[in-house]
Design a protein around this ligand. Sequence first.
Ligand SMILES: [Zn+2]
Length: 212
Amino acid sequence: MLIVFLGAPGAGKGTQAKTLAGKKNLTHLATGDLLRAEVAAGTELGLAAKAFMDRGDLVPDDVMIGMIQGRLASPGSDGLLLDGFPRTLAQAQALDEALASAGASVDQSIYFKVSEEELVRRLAGRSTCPDCQRAYHDTFNPPHRADECDDCGTSLIRREDDKADAVRNRLKVYGTQTTPVLDHYRTAGKLVEVDGEQAIDAVQEDLAVAVG
Ligand SMILES: [Zn+2]
């Protein structure tokens, strides 16, 4: 079984991927982790990837796909759950070709649908204390006094990346890249949309139905 998780940063894919992978005995491949593992292990593909990363370049699709292919037949696992790949139409098409040559294909893709407004709320609300490093969130874990650390009273700071405009820009780039990927799987009859704004348990139940 091969499942692809699609959804913007902040959509909650990672949490759900861990749970579903456990239930269905799938290997959870978060592509960032896969990349780091291959680099650390010094595999041929890991070394190739490192050369690109050291130059500040993106790791080419064929290197990423090679790593995924290498995990297709993971012993003791009933399949793969891809989390973070493919991100572009070119990657989705290259993945299809690579899988076809191994007699495999994507069985189901799941899109975690969360509105931009909600994603901004989740991602842009983060702040930290520069003194004791305690982390806060405006909605989910607010300090008792606005913008002040509960522990030491220091003024909280927000990273540039976590400010609303930066978050909106990241989401825009993500949407532009990913919309054609959604269309690709929808056309193939392999896309299920899950309402990612529900509580974690409710999302889990919808996923169980979608995956069967
Ligand atoms: Zn503090």
